[in-house]
Design a protein around this ligand. Structure first.
Ligand code: 5GP
Ligand code: ZN
Length: 113
């Protein structure tokens, strides 16, 4: 997807504050953090949202989820963190390249679920 900013960040075509990278996944600090630590885990290959995944994405989604606690610990979130995937306009998604938010480092407001 040529006009996707997250694709460009993952490809190194735009600068960003990288947290982690492997052959399938890229993680970087959110440009507008809502907590002292706020980073995003994304697939390198474009996927619009969680609603655009199927069985072929099983390993990728597992890798993204498994990375969250590992990277959170590296960034000092041993006390815990919150993971969020906003999906679609109704779910508050504003950037349509699948991303997993990882947030922590300060008391978080009570969850709505
Ligand atoms: P959403 O609302 O789609 O779940 O979250 C999109 C997130 O991407 C927001 O938290 C926003 O701050 C972040 N973001 C948008 N553009 C950029 C960017 O160019 N660089 C970085 N690092 N984060 C971005
Ligand atoms: Zn993309």
């Amino acid at each position: 997807m040529t006009d996707c900013i997250f694709c460009k960040l993952a490809a190194g075509e735009l600068p960003t504050n990288k947290v982690y990278e492997d052959d399938e996944v890229f993680a970087f600090h959110d440009i507008h953090p809502v907590a002292p630590v706020h980073f995003l885990i994304i697939p390198k290959r474009h996927v619009d949202s969680l609603a655009h995944t199927d069985d072929s994405h099983q390993a990728l989604l597992g890798r993204m989820l498994l990375l969250a606690p590992r990277l959170a610990a590296q960034l000092g979130l041993e006390q815990g963190f919150r993971t969020i995937i906003n999906t679609g306009h109704g779910g508050g998604q504003t950037f349509f390249h699948l991303h997993l938010h990882v947030i922590g480092g300060a008391p978080l407001s009570p969850n709505i679920v």
